[in-house]
Write a protein that binds this ligand. Sequence first.
Ligand code: SF4
Ligand code: SF4
Length: 179
Amino acid sequence: MGEKNKKIVKTIKVNADECNGCRACEVICSAFHAEPKYSSNNPARSRIRVVRDPLRDIYVPVYAGEYAPAECMGRDKYVIDGKEYEECAFCRASCPSRDIFKEPDSGLPLKCDMCEGEDEPLCVKWCITDALTYEEREEEVEEQPEQDDLEMGLDALTNKYGMDKIIETLARMSEAKQG
Ligand code: SF4
Ligand code: SF4
């Protein structure tokens, strides 16, 4: 077992009842993470996505969590205030069973980084209905090494192509560069 340490846990509290589906959060998130920053916006690259079903008045903002290499075995259905939500509506994983939380070009997983370097998450700032609230709390947690974007991407590539193929390709690329 790892050592327990005090840590500030950052979360975004989602109040789906207040969301009107405007998608401002998707726009700003994708613009903040564009290369170069703010050069473009594309909700498909956003780390927060709004599950929308306007006819049933369903808007669920979900921000991207961990990468999941395999689909889960069971699915949950939720009925809240008489509204039935689709099975994966509240799930934050970048997972093989759906397209959200993946770079559209590469298919690599995307994860919310709480807008690293900003004093407050930008999706929270841009949400004028207060459907999103930023919260920090102190918790005693077991230290787990956090995966950054590069590690998560390599993990996904390794699961898809196998470690040998990745090593072989890297060796070939390195040789060509030194070439
Ligand atoms: S900005 Fe707020 S109200 Fe608009 S879609 Fe996102 S969470 Fe919903
Ligand atoms: S906190 Fe930042 S990175 Fe995370 S979903 Fe919101 S805008 Fe995107």
